[in-house]
Design a protein around this ligand. Sequence first.
Ligand code: WQD
Length: 342
Amino acid sequence: MKKTVLVSGGAGFIGSHVTVELLQAGYEVVVADNFSNCDRTCFEGVKKITGREDLPLEVVDFCDEAAAKAIFHKYHIDAVIHFAAFKAVGESVAEPLKYYKNNLVSFMNVLEAASEVGGCNVLFSSSATVYGEPEKVPVTEDTPRQPAMSPYGNTKTMCEDILQDTVKASGGAIKGILLRYFNPIGAHPSALIGELPRGVPNNLVPFITQTAIGKRECLSIFGNDYPTPDGTCLRDYIDIVDLARAHVFAVTRMMEGKMKKPCEIFNVGTGRPVSVMELVNAFQKVNGVKLNYKIAARRPGDVTAIWADPTLANNELGWKAERSVEDTLKSAWAWECHLAGK
Ligand code: WQD
């Protein structure tokens, strides 16, 4: 019988891509989302890509404890991947309680529900944000975590600890994997699912594509006086489909009992630093479009340089990022054009 994976936040950017990869790898998926920060576009896209018109959908807010528990009683869940969370760094500074309440309570409800049915494999979507401004790059999983720069970042660190502690106390019933994502970008090659930022995008690539299509007037490059080769910040941009594939490897590792400890951590990145300027230039070159941009002041809270050492994920999960940044930028542009009906 097929194993079932519950994907909370499964209609969002990362969740929808992960759902596609899981279905294509032969898992059954239950998508759960409250559509608070996305519409039905990606859910419909997932059904189209996979030919699964009957894909189960639960419209639920995981902050509702009873509703969270009801899902675990309704289905036999072999693993849960938890994405359902708010993710805007700036908004989290302005409205910290909204972030702590939503991101922590929803995850605790998932863990409680999983415990109530006798345990589960739990994969949590963490972030490179837990490394703060690292003293040494690339970062390994053993690089010390730093105090987060925002309440959003704090919720990632706290959820990591909540999972670690819950796994420890569960006597083997709950197993956990923390995936620390670097900068996920791009879209599915079908251009049927992708990132759908609400309002003005905070992240670089959606801002680039929206500027190129004419929705935004000008991209601001936040600082060119950083101590990096070209003065702009360095990041590890990871293709969204590559990132999604890492989840399939992680879930399979849990299901097959191959974990080396009850709670494991993996960096999900390429190991390749790319500067903001390089990314902007690559985007223009591969897509043959001209981007209106200017150099602006640094954005408060940005770290100078961070990229992954993905050796552990490469060796233990058997996963490796495969897509080039050029192909990923082509997919991001194809998605923006698809949205614009072009
Ligand atoms: C990348 C680079 C900016 C926008 C954030 C979160 C992190 C994670 C991913 C999200 C930086 C520069 C950006 C623009 C620019 N979680 N930039 N002009 O800050 O590395 O990570 O998103 O859910 O937790 O902190 O990503 O895409 O915002 O920025 O110059 O208009 O692009 O300064 O150097 P970041 P980003």
